[in-house]
Design a protein around this ligand. Structure first.
Ligand code: C2O
Ligand code: CU
Ligand code: CU
Length: 448
């Protein structure tokens, strides 16, 4: 394996962008007005990132899914004050995977990510290169950051209020890579899509409008053992998936999403729009040139399974305020009561000054996670994990692979491996509905 030193420069900026022609929106971005460049690193690299914060407020840059020590993680303890520069050197020691980076500033994450502070981070390795997967970036290896936003007269607005806090910030307009009504030209062959759910709260239930089969090849932690043929795939906030789609018949295809399923438990108080399927992005195959690329039969060696019986267990309940649960039927009418809503994990709201859990470096543990009120995407920093049960039974297809973010609707058991030391800066675990996170549905742990 090669090792090389690499330098990346990111400037956190305020900008303006025309999502709709002639309509200006104030946004945030890295090296540009909205989102950031795709960062590409290789296993073995030492990547020095220079991040300059030109905003008038604190920010951080968190490497979501990157296995680095706590002091490099970019969580709420690695604040980059207004005008300051942070220069971590990131040792890239994990296998090929699709990651992302985003703001994690304490109490400001939801607003900063919504305004644009997110980007993709791709790790490659020699094994993956040997498989012959589509890997021509932007041609047949295409990054897709999926988001929803709210616009008024074509200008980006920031939804506010109690319902926004409860449900997470949502919008009626879908964006891919910051573009409204996106269309991608693709070669008429096998194409790899790297998808990130970069929305604050929305779940995506993705499928092609012609119901074509595609091959799911990688979860958050990298390649699966073998491809899984699917017709639809759910992506919750923070999750990634890589899929292979065959465009060799030359026919255009529309990737759609169903109605937002995260709200199902709250549907009684949420007026749902009637739409059943919404277009996410259209693909138009163009050009000629066949290719011998095929879906490989095997992708990666199986991950070792550690016997789960003797491991330490910890339990986490993602909690939303008691008043809420009892007053569900009245919620819309009773704003005062709702203003007492509270978020926490095991009934405690996040505190920067409290370490909730202490883990031994090198251990594996079983984390049992349950939710309340609605479905929550649960994310842990500095680790990858396997889902070992869902609702007391075997995990579902989409629970396969190494993960760092998982849908918690039913209780799940996670087998978590702790290989990164916190190095004086605790790691986070939290709900990836960013409004829940900012309001306290987060905890922190040390690994020593
Ligand atoms: Cu993607 Cu703690 O975040
Ligand atoms: Cu993270
Ligand atoms: Cu949540």
């Amino acid at each position: 394996a090669r090792s090389r030193h690499q330098s990346i420069a990111l400037e956190v900026q305020e900008g303006s962008r025309h999502f709709f022609p002639g309509r200006e929106s104030i946004t945030l971005g890295y090296n540009g007005s909205y989102l950031g460049p795709t960062l590409r690193v290789h296993q073995g690299d030492d990547s020095e990132v220079t991040i300059t914060n030109t905003l008038g407020e604190d920010t951080t840059v968190h490497w979501h899914g990157l296995l680095v020590s706590g002091n490099l993680d970019g969580g709420p303890h690695q604040t980059i004050p207004a005008g300051a520069t942070w220069r971590p050197v990131l040792p890239i020691r994990q296998r090929a995977c699709t990651l992302w980076y985003h703001s994690h500033a304490h109490g400001r994450t939801a607003r900063q990510v919504y305004a644009g502070l997110a980007g993709m981070l791709i790790v490659s390795d020699d094994h993956e290169k040997s498989l012959g997967l589509p890997s021509d970036y932007g041609v047949d290896d295409i990054p897709l950051i999926l988001q929803d936003k709210q616009f008024e007269q074509g200008t980006l607005v920031l939804p506010q209020g109690m319902m926004t806090t409860m449900h997470g910030r949502r919008g009626d307009t879908l964006l891919v890579n910051g573009t409204v009504n996106p269309v991608a030209k693709v070669p008429p062959r096998l194409v790899r899509l790297r998808m990130v759910n970069g929305a604050n709260a929305r779940f995506f239930d993705l499928a092609f409008s012609d119901a074509r089969i595609f091959h799911w090849i990688a979860s958050e932690g990298g390649l699966l053992e073998k491809p899984v043929a699917l017709r639809s795939l759910r992506l919750v906030p923070g999750e990634r998936a890589e899929i292979l789609v065959d465009f060799s018949n030359g026919r255009p295809a529309t990737l759609t999403t169903g109605p937002d399923s995260s709200l199902s438990m709250m549907r009684m108080m949420t007026p749902m729009s009637g739409a059943s399927e919404t277009t996410v992005i259209e693909f138009i195959p163009q050009g000629t040139g066949s290719s011998s690329l095929q879906v490989p039969q095997r992708l990666h060696a199986p991950e070792p399974r550690i016997p789960s019986t003797a491991l330490r267990r910890r339990r986490f309940e993602l909690t939303m305020g008691m008043e809420m649960g009892m007053g569900m039927g009245n919620m819309r009418r009773d704003e005062t009561r709702m203003s007492r809503a509270s978020f926490g994990i095991n009934d405690r709201a996040f505190s920067m000054d409290r370490v909730d859990e202490r883990v031994n470096l090198g251990d594996s543990e079983i984390w049992e996670v349950t939710g309340t009120m609605m479905a929550h995407p649960f994310h842990v920093h500095g680790v990858h994990f396997q889902v070992i049960s869902r609702n007391g039974s075997a995990p579902q297809t989409r629970d396969k692979g190494m993960k760092d973010t998982v849908l918690v609707r039913e209780p799940v058991e996670l087998l978590v491996h702790f290989n990164q030391p916190s190095q004086g800066a605790p790691f986070m675990y939290h709900c990836h509905i960013l409004e829940h996170e900012d309001n306290g549905m987060m905890g922190q742990f040390t690994v020593t």
